[in-house]
Design a protein around this ligand. Structure first.
Ligand code: SAH
Ligand code: MG
Length: 195
């Protein structure tokens, strides 16, 4: 039988950007507290984080997870099947920008972990579908230090610009209580305290 550690090893060896251990530790603490009924994940890759999160779901809870890369989708499907989690993890295939507007939620947790330049759009969609007291979690927010530096010529500047805008949107939103943890590549935890 396949085990989660094998999926992790495969991802690391094949440069698939899975959630880092210290980041996962923080997310797990939150999920353990909430015991979510419904999680939305933007960016499945090969299913590693969704499989980890599934352990904290309420009974009959589910994870909707979005991925557009055909090869990764096939690997995620296989991994989820191997771990017998088909009834808990639902892969939505296609571009999140097209899929998100078709969803209604409501979700207890939204985990944002896909195209960094699109985080501001993902945030709007997440807020629309998040329950009161629901949590937005976003990975890679510091982007290897580029987001907080004054360096603007990096080839990843679309990502950096998107992440800076995302942080500004969070900060300026009175309905959110946001904190930034310097674990992994930077983690945002934001609670929706009002509609
Ligand atoms: N959450 C995963 C890692 C996700 S890596 C884990 O921790 O295990 C980010 C993934 O987002 C990549 O596989 C990429 O193909 C996908 N992605 C990026 N932009 C996307 C978009 N606009 N729509 C759907 N998937 C996207
Ligand atoms: Mg990530």
């Amino acid at each position: 039988m396949k085990e989660i550690e094998q999926i992790k090893k495969y991802a690391l060896e094949n440069h698939i950007p899975i959630i880092m251990d210290d980041t996962l530790f923080e997310v797990n603490k939150i999920l353990d507290e909430i015991k979510p009924q419904k999680i939305l994940e933007i960016g499945t890759a090969i299913g590693y984080s969704a499989i980890r999160f599934s352990k904290y779901l309420a009974q009959d809870g589910i994870i909707d997870t979005i991925e557009r890369d055909e090869e990764r989708i096939q690997q995620a499907i296989q991994n989820i099947r191997d771990l017998k989690l088909e009834d808990k993890i639902n892969i939505l295939q296609g571009d999140a920008l097209e899929i998100l507007p078709t969803l209604t939620g409501p979700y207890d947790v939204v985990f944002i972990d896909a195209a960094k330049g699109k985080y501001p759009i993902f945030l709007q969609e997440a807020l629309r579908m998040l329950k009161i007291n629901g949590i937005i979690i976003a990975d890679n927010i510091l982007y290897k230090g580029y987001v907080m530096s004054d360096y603007n010529k990096h080839k990843q500047r679309t990502a950096v610009r998107g992440l800076r805008q995302f942080l500004k949107d969070l900060e300026e939103n009175p309905n959110l209580e946001t904190k930034l943890l310097e674990v992994g590549d930077g983690l945002v935890i934001s609670k929706k305290i009002a509609e």
